[in-house]
Structure formats: structure tokens, C-alpha cells
Ligand binder design. Structure first.
Ligand SMILES: NC(=O)c1ccc[n+]([C@@H]2O[C@H](COP(=O)([O-])OP(=O)(O)OC[C@H]3O[C@@H](n4cnc5c(N)ncnc54)[C@H](O)[C@@H]3O)[C@@H](O)[C@H]2O)c1
Length: 249
């Protein structure tokens, strides 16, 4: 049995992960950690003092994740990171730390298999289109923007070319932010925050005379659990650093 701790256990994702860990006959839920409530450990340190933890799954918040990940890697706890908002230099730091400590770290901006396929297809399509933009749509309690999935999609598309704004005329924004945020390879990302959505993303490609769209919608947070469980198994059985679920699919 893989002994798993869930950090952010009282959150929307954390609750689903706790259920999935408890339902599987390959994993055992040894600690629920959350700063918000009673009946949980308040910190990873508190849980680690009394529990043997093989793998910690973190779905907390952008401002906590870097410290949480460093604590785990420095203390021999393998970590699966679902929390978004890590900066590029922080990811690089965790990659180095994971190698130094010979302790697995898997970061996935999106654990939904459909969303990962969307990213892979967007990467393929990027070769054939000179213009592309991304719209990501999430519930209005999401703290970071743009989403980690949108950033990762842009990064994967940017392998195909340097700019996706071919032929665009010089632009003037009469309302600041109208064109969204400019990310890798000049790919504009537009973030919508609204109750009703869980997580959706559309990648729009354009060329003379045609528009090609790839869209994914998460209807229920259960869609992430297959990916989370694969990640838990992977980090338990290996000692490596992985960024993106596609690397283990
Ligand atoms: N990778 C993915 O597939 C995926 C999918 C959905 C959400 N997310 C990300 O996961 C994170 C959590 O999302 P959510 O919707 O469950 O949020 P949420 O606000 O519902 O839950 C977060 C929980 O973490 C707890 N928490 C915050 N800081 C903590 C800390 N330092 N230690 C312990 N507990 C802490 C909070 O009390 C809360 O219960 C966000 O960053 C979100 O963007 C990732």
C-alpha cells in the first residue's frame, strides 16, 4: 500500500483526492492536512511528525506550494503537485532539489486526461498555423491567472515557432488588457472567471480562410482523479522529476 497524505484536504480538489485515495486498494490515506479546519493536521510538518508518508499530494494555493514542495523534497517525501501558480524559476529550483535529494516530484498543471490530449493536439496543430490565441475559462474562486494549463499549452506550442501573431497590424488597446496577456511565442491568453465553469480551455488557430478550434471542458472534478492516481503510482515507483502528465501517459 502506498501511504498518501493530502495537503489542502478540505478544498474542492483535496476532498476528491481523499475519496479517490480511500477508494483504491493500492493506496492508504494516512494524513489529511489543511490550514482551514479541525480534524486535519495544520501543516505538513505536524503530519510528518506522527505519520509515515510515502507520497504527498498537494492541492493548496499558489502562495503555499513552493514552501510545501521544498519541505517535502528536503525530508524525503515524494510529491505530486496539482497546485498551480509556480513560477518558472521555482519549477527549475524544485527540479534541481528533486535530483539532489533523489526524491520524486511530479508537477502537472492539469491532471485531466482530456485536457492533456488537448495540449498535445494543440502542439501538433501549432506546426501548421501562424496565428493562435488561447481562452481559458474557470470558476471565479480561482486565484491565479492565467491558468497553469494555458501557460503549459503556450509553452508546448512555442516549440513550433517564435511568434503566433503573423501579419497582425500594430495594435492599440483603448481599454488596457483587452488583448489579454502575451505569453510564450506572442501567444495571447485571455482568462475568464465566472461561476458555473469548473475548467475549460479553447485554443484557436487561424490562417487565411480557416479557423481551427480545440476545446476541452471539465464538467466534474472527478475527471482529474485518473491522472492523480497515475501520478501517485509513478512517483512512488520512480525517483525522477516530471513536469506535465503527458510524460507518464
Ligand atoms: N492540476 C490540476 O489538474 C488542477 C485542477 C483543479 C485545481 N487545481 C489547482 O489546485 C489548487 C487548489 O484548488 P481548489 O479548487 O481545490 O482550491 P480550494 O480553495 O477549494 O482548496 C484549497 C485548500 O487548501 C487549503 N490550504 C491553503 N494553503 C494551505 C497550506 N499552506 N497548507 C495546508 N492547506 C492549505 C485551504 O484551506 C483549502 O481548503 C489551485 O491552485 C488550483 O488552481 C489544479
Amino acid at each position: 500500500m502506498i501511504r498518501v497524505a493530502v495537503c489542502g484536504a478540505l478544498g474542492k480538489m483535496g476532498k476528491e483526492v481523499c475519496n479517490a485515495i480511500e477508494e483504491s486498494d493500492k493506496t492508504e490515506l494516512v494524513a489529511k492536512i489543511d490550514i482551514a479546519g479541525s480534524g486535519t493536521y495544520q501543516s505538513i510538518e505536524d503530519a510528518h511528525r506522527v505519520c509515515d508518508i510515502d507520497v504527498l499530494v498537494d492541492f493548496t494555493q499558489p502562495k503555499s506550494i513552493f514552501e510545501n514542495a521544498k519541505y517535502c523534497l528536503n525530508n524525503g517525501i515524494k510529491i505530486v503537485i496539482g497546485t498551480t501558480g509556480l513560477k518558472d524559476d521555482e519549477i527549475e529550483y524544485l527540479k534541481k532539489l528533486s535530483k539532489e535529494q533523489n526524491t520524486s516530484c511530479l508537477i502537472a498543471p492539469n491532471f485531466s486526461t482530456g485536457a492533456v490530449l488537448m495540449m498535445m493536439f494543440a502542439k501538433q496543430a501549432a506546426k501548421y498555423f501562424d496565428n493562435a490565441e488561447i481562452i481559458e475559462l474557470h470558476h471565479n474562486q480561482k486565484k491565479d491567472a492565467p491558468s497553469g494549463t494555458a501557460i503549459k499549452t503556450a509553452l508546448m506550442m512555442a516549440e513550433a515557432k517564435d511568434s503566433f501573431t503573423k501579419g497582425n497590424c500594430p495594435e492599440v488597446e483603448t481599454i488596457e488588457g483587452s488583448r489579454g496577456g502575451k505569453s510564450y511565442a506572442d501567444i495571447h491568453i485571455h482568462s475568464v472567471r465566472m461561476p458555473g465553469y469548473i475548467a475549460s480551455q479553447e485554443v484557436i488557430f487561424g490562417s487565411s480562410g480557416q479557423i481551427f478550434k480545440i476545446r476541452h471542458d471539465s464538467m466534474d472534478r472527478k475527471c482529474y482523479m485518473q491522472g492523480v492516481m497515475l501520478a501517485v503510482k509513478h512517483v512512488y515507483e520512480n525517483n525522477d522529476f516530471i513536469y506535465g502528465l503527458e510524460s507518464i501517459l
